[in-house]
Design a protein around this ligand. Structure first.
Ligand code: ZN
Length: 161
């Protein structure tokens, strides 16, 4: 879905852009940023921290969700909206959905990112089933009683006294 962001929301993109450019200049991360907003209040504006943290998952939206959860002391960000400088990759879409976020505005597209050497096409191809060659995911169904023991322990601990 494409749409123009109302002018009063420009500040959220601007914050994400400013933080991203600052990070680029410091060498802390790639050219991606995000602002997390709840009821008009900026919860955090962050840039990509992949280089600073040596963390492959340090995408801006991921960092924003982590900071948002910590700052608000909750795992539920369903009352928050994300503003991302670039179309989120599938990992970041997933983490936003895990956190309950229902809306993300983004500016640049994943094709813009790919044109600058940041392609997530392999993830998109894997997830839509068009190319499973990049990753083998193997369901082990025999002899894994140790894993079943986790469910047993979880059930025991979850049982009401
Ligand atoms: Zn991402």
């Amino acid at each position: 879905m494409c749409q123009t962001v109302p002018t009063h929301l420009d500040q959220y993109f601007q914050l994400a852009c400013d933080t991203t450019i600052e990070g680029l200049r410091k060498g802390t991360g790639g050219p991606f940023g995000a602002t997390l907003v709840r009821n008009g209040e900026v919860i955090c504006a962050v840039g990509n921290t992949v280089l600073e943290q040596t963390d492959i998952s340090g995408h801006a939206e991921m960092v924003a969700v982590r900071q948002g959860c910590k700052k608000l002391d909750t795992l539920d960000l369903s009352d928050c909206v994300m503003y991302a400088t670039c179309e989120p990759c599938p990992m970041c879409v997933a983490v936003m959905m895990w956190a309950g976020i229902k809306t993300c505005y983004y500016a640049s597209s994943h094709r813009d990112a790919a044109a600058h050497g940041f392609s997530d096409q392999h993830l998109r191809d894997y997830l839509d089933g068009s190319d499973k060659s990049a990753f083998d995911m193997i369901h082990v169904t025999q002899g894994r009683e140790d894993c079943q023991a986790i469910w047993d322990e979880f059930t025991r601990l979850s049982a009401k006294p």
